[in-house]
Design a binder for this molecule. Structure first.
Ligand SMILES: Cc1cc2nc3c(=O)[nH]c(=O)nc-3n(C[C@H](O)[C@H](O)[C@H](O)COP(=O)(O)O)c2cc1C
Length: 312
């Protein structure tokens, strides 16, 4: 026997990031059986084959050893609970779930699903290796759940390998510098927002002022003015006067309140902008959106003086 320290071996294996699957079948009585397994891997493309391994101590061993079919569900990032449920030893893992009574117990939700014929079974020490010939596949538009170092994780694309900021000698790199991208994005989005706001007789600056007033109890114009002007808005006073003139804001001394008309217009504007945002974010995954939000927030935090937000 090789002298490998068990703990070290487990730690070494845990450095290998995997997805998470739930493998299901029926036992000889027709009872649905399933286990969480991250030992899944691809084997052959032609014929299509995959494998996974099951501990010999598993209560599901007899069922999988006797079954001629099994289904492997690659879980989505939102399915941690399901993974925990199928990792609980011997419990009624299908409780409350509707599974077809006549065929394999298939789960409704997954990132990908393989229906397999049991092609081979091999001894693998304290595990048994099952090789399945893939009969059917089903793929969904879902981010996969990951498992790394004993914990769940979510997939995120690695940053570009050699981002070095602006390099004047390489025009293309300069064109893709973050500064250039943010400036382009700002110009493009402001333009589109103007187009969406025009039918409801508001402009971008007026919306910013409405948002600032709508989020606070009778804020002082002098404070809002200072914030919006330090964020680059010119002619803030004239824009505010127009909002007051159109009865969207009320001004008393230095205090502003939003009128019922103002609030209605503001909600209309927000839903127009939300629709616009959905259009230009279409195609980004939930994870990508979270990454974009986090990255932009860090840049905003680092470029502001900490008190630039118009919303307190
Ligand atoms: C993320 C994760 C991956 C797992 N992978 C495997 C695996 O590949 N093979 C295995 O035998 N057990 C694996 N397990 C443990 C089984 O799911 C667990 O032992 C389960 O209780 C077995 O159920 P049973 O005894 O009812 O058959 C994993 C557990 C988790 C949380």
């Amino acid at each position: 026997m090789p002298d490998i320290d068990q703990k070290n071996f487990r730690t070494a294996l845990s450095r290998f990031a995997t997805g998470v699957t739930v493998v299901t079948t029926r036992d000889s009585n027709g009872t649905p059986v399933g286990v969480t397994a991250n030992s899944f891997n691809s084997v052959s493309l032609n014929p299509p084959m995959v494998l996974w391994s099951l501990a010999k101590t598993s209560k599901s061993m007899a069922a999988f050893s006797e079954a001629d079919r099994f289904a492997i569900h690659i879980l989505g990032s939102h399915q941690r609970d399901l993974s925990d449920r199928f990792a609980s030893r011997g419990a009624d893992k299908f409780a409350g779930m509707e599974v077809p009574t006549d065929s394999l117990p298939l789960l409704d939700e997954f990132a990908a699903r393989f229906i397999c014929r049991t092609a081979h079974q091999y001894d693998g020490g304290d595990h048994k290796i099952f090789v399945g010939e893939v009969l059917e596949i089903d793929v969904r538009d879902a981010d996969p759940l990951l498992f790394l170092a004993g914990k769940y994780g979510e997939a995120r694309r690695a940053p570009p390998e050699n981002y070095e900021g602006i390099d004047p000698d390489k025009a293309r790199v300069g064109a893709h510098s973050i500064t250039h991208m943010i400036a382009t994005l700002y110009a493009q989005i402001t333009d589109r927002i103007q187009t969406r706001l025009a039918p409801i007789s508001l402009n971008h600056k007026q919306l910013v002022i409405l948002i600032a007033v709508g989020h606070q109890e009778q804020p002082k114009w002098s404070m809002i003015k200072q914030k919006v002007e330090s964020a680059g808005m010119v002619n803030a006073e004239a824009e505010k006067d127009q909002l007051v003139g159109n009865n969207l804001l009320k001004e008393k001394d230095d205090a502003l309140t939003i009128t019922d008309d103002g609030r209605a217009r503001y909600l209309e504007a927000l839903s127009a902008i939300k629709a616009l945002e959905e259009e230009y974010c279409a195609g980004l995954t939930r994870n990508e959106l979270a990454e974009v939000q986090n990255a932009l927030q860090s840049i905003i935090d680092r470029t502001g003086d900490g008190d630039m937000s118009i919303i307190d």
